[in-house]
Write a protein that binds this ligand. Structure first.
Ligand code: SF4
Length: 143
């Protein structure tokens, strides 16, 4: 796609200065195809990543604490209409133990996730979920 007025050198310099790119500028970068242009983009991306994270690897994991869901997203294993998954809800203790175990094994980011399970907000409101997130963020779970 031809994007009048957009120039790769200018956008890479803007990114280097950490100035916000417009949607049109981001689209321009996403549509690059020439290997030479892509290499320049990736090199700049590496420079910016190294500025903040160096060459460290960060581990991410998640705890699916409820596999019930009232929705039916086609791509999802836990969609309502799929009869194959085992449905469960983890207790608060189970969630915190799993989070502690992950943190202890070096995981940097634990994502607490669930299907859109009406059980939580119909019976108890959102307070227990908020409470669970607060508890899971407390030391010594994470350093
Ligand atoms: S768990 Fe999430 S992605 Fe899966 S069906 Fe429910 S809402 Fe959709």
């Amino acid at each position: 796609m031809f994007s009048p007025g957009l120039d790769l050198d200018h956008l890479l310099e803007k990114a280097e200065r950490e100035e916000k790119l417009s949607p049109a500028e981001l689209l321009f970068l996403l549509e690059l195809e020439k290997p030479e242009q892509l290499n320049r983009l990736f090199e700049r991306a590496c420079t910016l990543r190294n500025r903040y994270f160096g060459k460290k690897v960060f581990l991410y994991s998640f705890i699916y604490f409820s596999t019930y869901c009232r929705n039916d997203c086609t791509f999802c294993y836990y969609r309502r209409s799929n009869s194959h998954p085992r449905r469960y809800r983890k207790t608060e203790t189970e969630v915190l133990e799993a989070a502690r175990s992950m943190a202890g094994s070096g995981v940097h980011l634990v994502d607490l996730t669930m299907g859109e399970d009406p059980y939580y907000f119909q019976r108890h409101g959102f307070e227990p979920l908020v409470d669970l997130v607060k508890k899971s963020r407390k030391r010594p779970l994470f350093r």
